[in-house]
Design a binder for this molecule. Structure first.
Ligand SMILES: Cc1cc2nc3c(=O)[nH]c(=O)nc-3n(C[C@H](O)[C@H](O)[C@H](O)COP(=O)(O)OP(=O)(O)OC[C@H]3O[C@@H](n4cnc5c(N)ncnc54)[C@H](O)[C@@H]3O)c2cc1C
Length: 386
């Protein structure tokens, strides 16, 4: 005997919880299954842009009452070993959250039925339904299980080319009194340091008394030694404490330009990291996770119970309009920067104008893109669906 629902979401991160919440608002009976129990740790710096707050319609006062919500108003950037540029916006332009708190808050807020602590082990198609783990069934399966999502594995890739992953390592811990005294990172001013070969960047980010240090690269070779060198440099210049309380943890994910994954099929859609949607220049993945969750929910509602591939295809169109066309070859075939481009890049990264208007405003903050607003569901939409 299986437990049936209108939509089964695999993964309760920001993509899954956002999509589940929207589908619940439209009157669907939704189950989210996740292998973790929440709160759970997620390797992430926890930087969110204002559009995330807006798209999620986050009640900031409620959220920050008992959770970390760090305001960011400036940035300190440099190429490792190069000149430091400080850009002060004079007002909040981003926020810092802790993923263990943020993800749990969104998941509980979604109103979906939760099946936590159970990994997806089997996915079968029987008749028009998806059967997961032999006990949950639904005509609609949403793959939101992050980079290693089992639904993405089942859908496969559009072209059998190697996936070029963003590899990253991170540490987050609460500083004790001594560590706080040694840490010169200001909470409202995260620090970003580009690798000399421009294949990635490191960060140190203080959220109240929590310190997050990490480094991500579009080249996973020797990531641990890049991280160790980065920490030594920060400690040498007295930016972070001499002793760090945790061990670095790593994770990989795909940026939108490099993801060859299939995004949908009959009765199934991928969202967030499962689809490989992070912004290529910054690696920001929470915003695309939230936006894709909302887009997928809109397409599902408009499909009015007919989840054939043709009816869901609009999801891919909407992603293309929002994030641009995928050009999978560009990075995959040219992962290295010629010397001349590296020199030019380093020179530009020491110029205030370039850092402010291109690196921060465009690549990291996406200020040219308005927040994604979900479609309004009418009472009739909801009545049609149940
Ligand atoms: C080091 C690092 C730093 C980052 N920093 C930032 C940042 O500061 N800002 C930003 O916007 N983005 C950042 N990102 C990217 C961001 O973390 C992801 O893009 C984002 O978490 C994607 O959300 P998601 O909901 O798609 O997936 P996830 O948050 O990964 O959630 C997937 C969920 O699926 C569950 N799951 C996985 N497999 C299974 C299974 N077999 N069965 C059941 N459940 C399963 C997992 O337990 C998890 O809860 C960073 C990434 C890394 C690696």
């Amino acid at each position: 005997m299986t437990q049936r629902c209108d939509a089964l979401v695999v993964g309760g991160g920001p993509a899954g919880s956002t999509c589940a919440g929207r589908l619940r608002q439209a009157g669907l009976n939704v189950i989210v299954i996740d292998k973790a129990t929440f709160p759970r740790h997620k390797v992430c710096a926890g930087w969110i842009t204002p559009s995330v707050v807006e798209s999620l319609e986050l009640d900031v006062d409620d959220y920050r009452r008992s959770r970390t919500f760090q305001t960011i108003s400036s940035f300190r950037t440099a190429c490792l070993g190069g000149r430091t540029v400080v850009i002060d916006y004079g007002r909040p332009v981003s926020f810092g959250i802790r993923r263990c708190e943020f993800d749990e808050y969104l998941l509980r807020r979604s109103g979906a039925a939760l099946e936590l602590g159970e990994g997806v082990k089997s996915i079968e198609r029987r008749g028009g339904d998806w059967i997961v783990n032999d006990r949950l069934s639904s005509p609609l399966l949403i793959g939101a299980g992050g980079h290693f999502c089992p639904v993405a594995r089942r859908l496969g890739r559009r072209r059998e080319i190697e996936e070029v992953v963003l590899a990253a390592q991170e540490i987050e811990f609460e500083m004790d009194g001594r560590q706080q005294a040694e840490c010169r990172v200001a909470p409202e001013a995260p620090e970003i340091y580009f690798c000399e070969d421009l294949k990635g960047y490191g960060w140190c980010f203080r959220k109240a008394n929590f310190l997050n240090v990490g480094l991500g690269r579009l080249d996973r070779r020797q990531i641990s030694s890049h991280v160790a060198d980065f920490c030594r440099t920060l400690q040498h210049y007295g930016r972070i404490p001499q002793s760090l309380s945790e061990k670095f943890r790593g994770h990989a994910y795909l940026d939108y330009a490099n993801s060859p994954r299939e995004l949908l099929d009959d009765g199934v859609l991928l969202i967030g990291d499962a689809a490989g949607l992070a912004y290529p220049q910054s690696g920001e993945g929470i915003r695309p996770a939230v936006e894709s969750g909302l887009m997928a929910a809109d397409v599902v509602v408009e499909a009015r119970g007919n989840y054939g591939r043709g009816r869901l295809a609009d999801y891919e169109e909407r992603l293309g309009k929002r994030f641009g066309r995928r050009d999978i070859r560009s990075h995959a075939q040219n992962p290295s920067f010629p010397d001349i481009r590296r020199k030019l890049g380093r020179m530009l990264l020491s110029r205030r104008w370039f850092v402010r208007h291109v690196v921060l405003d465009r690549w990291f903050l996406h200020r040219h893109q308005k927040p994604w607003k979900p479609a309004d569901f009418t009472a009739r939409d909801a009545a049609d669906l149940v």
